[in-house]
Write a protein that binds this ligand. Structure first.
Ligand code: NDP
Length: 399
């Protein structure tokens, strides 16, 4: 059916490539292109031999001219951006110049500070309309599946949704007293940033980790969940009719928070270079060197993730509640694609988003967040491609 150019060769890209190769009727040819070509070649080597034809390329995705040259050479029907959020705009520019559809899993961030705002990408709407091409923003899990869940809830179960609580739980255990899934600096930023939620038409700020609840999650059990800001709040507030309140909750264990706080308090997470025995070192880089490599956690992580949304609203004048969630097992993911559930739950929806566009189900000119499309074919594909979902019409609510 079509050709996809996949940009990036990291954790999420690896899952996307595996999943595209499982659907060769849709992804007849793919090109994996990234900064470090050897990583693309390693993926090709693992997956070559199936019906999806694979090629690789080196590209600096910060450079529009390089991207345009690659697109003109490979002639993809879609560009799947699973590099980093810093590259979103250059890749969108290259898609505009070559008139090729675009999708990503995270909103654009300027290099200096993470803002988690869609304004830069929403500003491309008219240009994409004029070029007659589709941009699908945020087709991972959160953002991504959480938006599809919301569109599905609104389409099938509610006349108006009044509140959404997104609950993202990772009960994976890698067996180390402390390790981070990503760069520790990103983890620190997550827990030290102010929280924010949407209520009655505006965002309300909280102190970092100020709002804590305990939520009993299906297949995982009771966990501490903390209110954080997350990027899909901005688009859901705009796109879900009648919405009054949206909150995002994430699990952190007490042990994890204590380790991060101590490391921060003793200065180990600082990015300011210091002089150590005549040598300049950056504390955070040293910390990274002594912590387990995040890539090594995959094979040893046991347990499950559970990400879902709890809705409250009205249907036919009556109050109604609905909870829809996915549970993913780290080790099952590892067995299937060689990555644990964090990358898996992002990579599968990225493949499905691309499939929606390639098959014409979600093709319309402009720039769209995922909840602006018909959720039904995506929900069906989640069940088929590794992320089955479950429903509960009488869930425990979060106060
Ligand atoms: P990784 O760091 O594992 O991989 C990023 C890849 O992008 C690497 O291969 C890197 O190359 C490549 N890259 C970086 N800069 C450039 C550049 N200038 N040109 C070409 N390639 C470049 O990240 P992940 O796979 O974990 O994450 C990928 C994306 O998914 C991110 O945008 C992240 O925010 C998003 N995400 C979304 C989630 C969701 O639920 N919506 C959840 C998790 C992640 P190199 O190998 O040379 O470093």
């Amino acid at each position: 059916m079509g050709k996809a150019l996949i940009i990036g060769a990291g954790g999420v890209a690896s899952v996307v490539v595996h999943k595209c190769c499982q659907v060769p009727d849709v992804f007849e040819e793919i090109c994996i292109a990234s900064r470090t070509k050897s990583k693309c070649d390693a993926l090709k080597e693992k997956l070559d031999g199936g019906r999806t034809k694979i090629q690789t390329a080196q590209v600096d995705a910060d450079n529009v001219a390089e991207l345009v040259a690659l697109i003109n050479e490979f002639k993809p029907d879609i560009v799947i951006n699973v590099a980093l959020p810093y590259q979103d705009l250059t890749i969108m520019d290259a898609c505009l110049e070559t008139r090729v559809d675009y999708m990503d899993t995270a909103n654009y961030e300027p290099l200096d500070t993470a803002k988690f705002e869609y304004k830069w990408q929403w500003a491309y709407k008219e240009k994409f309309e004029e070029a007659g091409i589709t941009a699908l923003l945020g087709s991972g899990f959160d953002p991504g599946v959480t938006g599809v869940f919301s569109a599905y809830a609104l389409k099938h179960y509610f006349d108006e949704i009044h509140s959404i609580d997104i609950v993202d739980a990772n009960a994976g255990d890698h067996g180390y007293p402390f390790a981070t899934n990503f760069n520790p600096e990103i983890n620190i930023r997550e827990i030290t940033a102010n929280g924010r939620y949407w209520e009655n038409g505006e965002f309300v700020e909280t102190q970092p980790l100020e709002m804590k609840r305990v939520y009993d999650l299906p297949e995982i059990g009771p966990k501490d969940v903390y209110l954080l800001y997350h990027e899909e709040l901005e688009s859901l507030a705009k796109n879900i009719t009648g919405i009054k309140k949206i909150r995002f909750w994430m699990t952190f264990s007490e042990k994890y928070l204590t380790h991060l706080r101590v490391l921060e308090n003793v200065g180990m997470t600082s990015i300011e270079p210091i002089d150590f025995e005549g040598q300049q070192i950056v504390p955070l880089q040293f910390l990274k060197a002594v912590l387990p490599d995040p890539a090594s956690l995959g094979p040893r992580t046991k347990g499950k993730t559970n990400i879902g949304c709890i809705y409250q609203g009205i249907k036919d004048g009556e109050p109604k509640t609905y909870y829809v969630y996915n549970v993913c097992d780290h080790q099952e993911c590892y067995r299937e694609v060689g990555s644990q559930a964090i990358s898996y739950t992002t990579g599968v929806p990225a493949m499905i988003g691309a499939m929606m566009i390639l098959t014409g189900k979600w093709k319309k000119p402009g720039v769209f967040n995922i909840e602006e499309f018909d959720p039904d074919p995506f929900m069906e594909a989640l069940n088929k491609h590794g992320l089955p979902w479950h429903e509960d019409f009488n869930p425990t609510l979060i106060d």
